[in-house]
Design a protein around this ligand. Structure first.
Ligand SMILES: [Zn+2]
Length: 94
C-alpha cells in the first residue's frame, strides 16, 4: 500500500473520532419499527416520517431515535442560513 493511501486512512480514523466535524443537511432512510418499516427524510432541519403518529403530531419515536444516533450532526434551519451567509462573506475579497 502506498504512503499517500496510508496517510489518508490514518486521517480518516482521526476524523471518525471527531463527529462534530460532520453536519448532515439531508437524509433519506428506512426505519425498522416494531410493527412495520417507516420511510423517513430530513431536509432543511425538518423531519418527515410516514407513520400515523408523526402525521398527527409532527414527531415520533422513529425520528427521535435517529436524532439521538446523529446527536450534534443534524443542521438546524437557522444554523444552515448562518453558515451560508458566512461562506458567502468569506469569499468576498477584502
Ligand atoms: Zn415515525
Amino acid at each position: 500500500m502506498d504512503s499517500a493511501r496510508i496517510g489518508k486512512i490514518m486521517k480518516a480514523k482521526q476524523y471518525a473520532q471527531e463527529p462534530e466535524r460532520i453536519q448532515i443537511h439531508d437524509l433519506s432512510l428506512t426505519f425498522q419499527g416494531t410493527h412495520s418499516t417507516h420511510k423517513i427524510t430530513f431536509h432543511d432541519g425538518q423531519w418527515q416520517c410516514d407513520c400515523d403518529f408523526f402525521l398527527r403530531r409532527g414527531f415520533c419515536s422513529h425520528t427521535m431515535a435517529i436524532e439521538r444516533v446523529f446527536d450534534g450532526m443534524l443542521v438546524e434551519p437557522e444554523e444552515e442560513l448562518e453558515e451560508v451567509h458566512s461562506d458567502v462573506m468569506a469569499k468576498v475579497p477584502a
